[in-house]
Design a protein around this ligand. Sequence first.
Ligand code: HEM
Length: 511
Amino acid sequence: MYSNPTALLSGDHSILTQYALSTILMLGLLFLIVDRILGIKRSDAEPHFLPSGVPYIGHVIGIIRRGVDYYDEMTAKHGKLIYSLAMPGGRLYVVNSSEHMKSIEKAYREISFWFIEASFSKRLSGISNASDRVLKANAEGVKGEASLVVDGMKATHAAMGGQDLHDMVERGLQRAARILEELESDADSASGPASHCLWSWTQHVFSLATSSAVYGPGNPYEDLAVEQGLYQFEDSTMLFLSGLPHQMFNRKGFAARETIVRAFTRFFADKSDEQASQLVKNRAEVLRRYGIPENDVARFETVNGFGILLNLLPTAYWTIWHIFSDCTLLDTVREEAQAALGADASLKDKRCVDAAQQLPLLNSVMHEVLRYNTTGAAVRRVMKDHVLSGQFLLKKDSYCLVPNKGIHFNTDQWGVNARSFQPDRFLKGKTNRESFRGFGGGVNACPGKAFAARLILTIVAALVLRFDIEPCTESGMLDHPGHDESSMAIVVARPARKYRVKFVRRARREE
Ligand code: HEM
């Protein structure tokens, strides 16, 4: 427009003013458009909004770069137990206090986890649009209205106690017993024990024990491709949720998920569910009652693998690792287990399960594992405007995030040693369990916690009594493998570094 720049420099003020004015107007207009698209209307009643280096997108960049640790860093920097992060077009409320978490738990319909579970299901499982509509209808569970999510949860809880729980645990331990027997004969062989990757071995043993317990004789996870498919599926969670085309961005994840879907389609077609646990029967019954077709029943069961297995496996791993990497702790746990179960604890002996649940130190270790190795966050959707704890306005359609580390590493709750592993922390009377989020809490508390604890405690007790672990590492020690916190699907970190170990029979070693 102004082809002669000297006109601007030569003191032609009217042109200069016009130019400056139009630039300011253009910038102002641009700002309004950007603010309209990315900005949000804040209220003083909301939790304090934290500033960000880059306007509008600074927090998004932080979260992409740092993951859940970003919230940890923001909390440490600003010292707030609850705060808001402005995001393009919305806000995220971050909660780091068990008090406010309790308020969230009480308002479970207004601040909903079930809505989140329902919203993520289609992209993750690949169910049809019709099934997705049924799933999303009243997902937050407005009282008196039909809700597949709520009825599914009720059916789940109903199957996870009493005789049903007992039957499941027994079946799982029978499967684990076979694996430990194989491990013993391998250790006794002339060539000596073979080496195993500790993480893969733990995944395999606990995955087979848990899935046999749940799915019975037709267990699809007996097929290694299905077991490993679940791990690939887990690693691809974000790609599924992003909605990017599978063919271009998520070929491996998609192939893995479809392998599991095919296995579960066969499982239901063969009527293997009739011999499975009450959990599988109850959940399939609710889905069918709501008119979900059989191919989508298989897809729902595929995603259930996340809940049933993915947190349990790292919990088992760290319980084994923390005990076997600390000689003093190993000796004490052994003494405790031997006194209650006898030196030759057999997983086939039904009394073993009850005895293992009564071992105070082993129990404490498993809870400390869940506290100390925690990762991830509880996520909730605000369904309508809500005043949390009578203090903070949370706006409809926003998300609430409760990072587990924020609560598990809070020194006011856990003391100055909050960031270190204390095996005896959960011994009776030694700690306040109020802030323990390992299995969640309130109406959304984990229905699988008793089942998971029984399997882990009993199998680890048998392992401790019957084996020593010899590390095949350069240091000759069970080095700390570090935390892999990349999975979005779990609340317990996976080990970052994998290494091999040998399981040596205790009796043989002492000869
Ligand atoms: C050590 C193993 C496990 C850990 C650490 C664990 C952890 C958790 C946590 C922290 C929550 C709450 C999530 C939240 O509030 O945002 C939860 C919920 C849930 N867990 Fe587990 N879990 C384990 C095993 C299991 C098993 C074996 C099952 C199988 C039945 C299971 C099924 C579920 C379900 C269905 C929910 C959702 C409950 C609801 O929305 O009302 N979990 N789990």
